[in-house]
Design a protein around this ligand. Structure first.
Ligand code: CA
Length: 222
C-alpha cells in the first residue's frame, strides 16, 4: 500500500512516515499544501494523511483539489483543537476521517486500517484467498497454517494483490502502489519480486493463486 503524508511539522511528518514504513507502506511526503495537492493528484495512493494547517494551501483546499479530480483515495485529516475548521466542514470537503493532535501512532494506524478496509467490510484485519491468509495488523502471512516469511517488498506486493484479488493488475498499477517515486519503472524489480513471492506461497501441493495475464499483468485468484 502506498501512502502520502502531507505535514509541515518535520517531527510529526517523519514519525508518521517511519511508522507507516514499519507497517509495510511505501511512503511519499510533502511539507506544504501545494506540493501535497500536486502529488495526491498525480500519483495513485491508497491513503493520504493530511495536516489541516499547512503553508501555501490548507488541508480543506487540498481535500477539495483531490476530490475535484475524481480520486476517491481515503483522506485522514490531522488537526489541532484551536483550528477554526470544524470537522463537518472537512468531511464536506471530502475528508474521510479526522484526528485531533496530539495523537498516538497506534491510534493513527488503527484509523488507517479502518479506512483501508472500507470496501471489504467483512474481512477486518485479515485478508484471505484459498488457504492463504495475511494479517494486516500483525503482518503475518500463512498458507495452509504454515507461516510464510516474506521480505518487506514481497509482503507489500502480496497485500496489494490480495486487496485487489480478481482484478488484473498491470505493471504500472503495481509500480504505483508498491514502489515509491524514486523507483525506476524500467527495471525488472516487479518480475523478480513476483517470482520470489510465488516460490514462497505456491508450493506444488498448493493451489496456484497468482496468474500472469499475458501483455496485461497479474491477477490473484478470487
Ligand atoms: Ca501544520
Amino acid at each position: 500500500m502506498r501512502a502520502l503524508v502531507i505535514e509541515d511539522e518535520p517531527d510529526i511528518r517523519e514519525a508518521l512516515a517511519e511508522n507507516l514504513r514499519a507497517r509495510a507502506f511505501v511512503v511519499d511526503t510533502a511539507d506544504d499544501g501545494t506540493q501535497g495537492s500536486y502529488l495526491a493528484r498525480t500519483n495513485a495512493y491508497d491513503i493520504i494523511i493530511l495536516d489541516n494547517m499547512l503553508p501555501e494551501k490548507n488541508g480543506y483546499a487540498v481535500c477539495e483539489d483531490i476530490r475535484r479530480t475524481g480520486r476517491t483515495t481515503p483522506i485522514l485529516v490531522l488537526s489541532v483543537l484551536s483550528d477554526s475548521w470544524r470537522k463537518v466542514e472537512l468531511l464536506n470537503a471530502g475528508a474521510d476521517d479526522y484526528m485531533i493532535k496530539p495523537f498516538s501512532f497506534e491510534e493513527v494506524m488503527a484509523r488507517i486500517r479502518a479506512l483501508l478496509r472500507r470496501p471489504h467490510v467483512m474481512e477486518g484485519d485479515l485478508l484471505a484467498v484459498d488457504t492463504l491468509s495475511l494479517d494486516t495488523k500483525k503482518q503475518v502471512v500463512r498458507r495452509s497454517e504454515i507461516q510464510i516469511h516474506l521480505t518487506k517488498k514481497e509482503y507489500m506486493l502480496l497485500e496489494y494483490l490480495m486487496r485487489n484479488r480478481g482484478s488484473v493488475l498491470s505493471r504500472s498499477m503495481i509500480m504505483e502502489h508498491v514502489w515509491d517515486m524514486t523507483s525506476d519503472p524500467f527495471s525488472n524489480t516487479i518480475e523478480s519480486h513476483m517470482l520470489s513471492l510465488r516460490k514462497k506461497i505456491e508450493r506444488p501441493e498448493w493451489k496456484k493463486l497468482i496468474y500472469t495475464v499475458p501483455g496485461r499483468g497479474y491477477r490473484m485468484e478470487e
